[in-house]
Design a protein around this ligand. Structure first.
Ligand SMILES: NC(=O)C1=CN([C@@H]2O[C@H](COP(=O)(O)OP(=O)(O)OC[C@H]3O[C@@H](n4cnc5c(N)ncnc54)[C@H](OP(=O)(O)O)[C@@H]3O)[C@@H](O)[C@H]2O)C=CC1
Ligand SMILES: O=C(O)C1=N[C@H](C(=O)O)C[C@H](O)C1
Length: 226
């Protein structure tokens, strides 16, 4: 398959490496060549099986508009743009695009989401806090994964109040800690990404999955199929 990767940053460049390793052709486009989605014309996009976006909360919105309006197959790993989610979902549906988005593409994040739901049911009267720590260049806070974890906890137990604390330190690839505290004890669920490799692997598998499909999916709903 031939993939277009948007973003030459920490994650985008690793996604390109993983795609190569899995036998795909890859073209990477960075900010310089694609300001305001200038590179993403219909004829250019028609040459790719799928587009994978790891850019910024600002750039990803123009990228999604261009790709989805052209009916492309697109995987969006970029976080911090979810106020536009309804618009993007309806654009994708109107134009017959294939649109897959999500916050944490690793197996670790997906497993933690499942365990978090069980914890929310098993400890309904505990006070919950999510602490997320990431590198100092991260543009969005809270992390997309922290928001997904809170959503998972509250889906399992709608009465839970969940505080999110964001920390920015060094080059941390991703640390999420869920704490549940009662008067008697404290439960901790900790997910530490050793590198961005798990995210890149999930993104490439998601791109392989979406080729030829029309519709809109949140990553967690299809992760078990990858
Ligand atoms: N869903 C998941 O599993 C994960 C999500 N993320 C998310 O992915 C995003 C990127 O993270 P990260 O790689 O750390 O960020 P970086 O800052 O390292 O990379 C972002 C890159 O985006 C590029 N860029 C900016 N505007 C455009 C544009 N218009 N077209 C093409 N490229 C553009 C820049 O490229 P250039 O260098 O050419 O200027 C920059 O290098 C963040 O939102 C992060 O939260 C990160 C990891 C996992
Ligand atoms: O910006 C990052 O680095 C990461 N962002 C994603 C998020 O916001 O959830 C996933 C991962 O934690 C790394």
């Amino acid at each position: 398959m031939l993939f277009l990767v948007l973003g030459r940053g920490k994650t985008g460049s690793l996604v390109a490496d993983v795609a190569h390793e899995r036998g795909h052709g890859v073209r990477v486009v960075g900010e310089e060549e694609n300001r305001n989605a200038a590179a993403l014309t219909g004829p250019f996009l028609a040459g790719f099986d799928a587009v994978i976006d790891f850019t910024t909360p600002e750039s990803v919105v123009s990228n999604m508009r261009a790709c989805l309006a052209n009916g492309a197959h697109m995987v969006v790993g970029t976080t911090g743009w979810y106020q536009h989610l309804d618009d993007m979902r309806s654009l994708a549906a109107r134009r017959g695009a294939g649109f897959l988005y999500g916050t944490g593409f690793s197996i670790g994040v997906q497993a933690t989401l499942r365990v978090a739901k069980e914890l929310a049911k098993a400890a309904p009267h505990y006070r919950f806090t999510i602490t997320e720590t990431h590198h100092t260049d991260k543009k969005d806070a809270p992390s997309g994964t922290a928001l997904s974890l809170r959503q998972a906890l509250q889906a399992a137990n709608p009465s839970l109040q969940v505080e999110i604390v964001s920390k920015r330190e060094g080059d941390v690839a991703g640390l999420h800690v869920i704490e549940a505290v009662s008067e008697n004890d404290r439960i901790e669920l900790k997910l530490e990404a050793f590198s961005r490799r798990g995210f890149a692997d999930g993104a490439v598998r998601a791109a392989e999955w979406i080729v030829g499909k029309t519709g809109v999916w949140e990553f967690s709903t299809i992760a078990s199929e990858l």
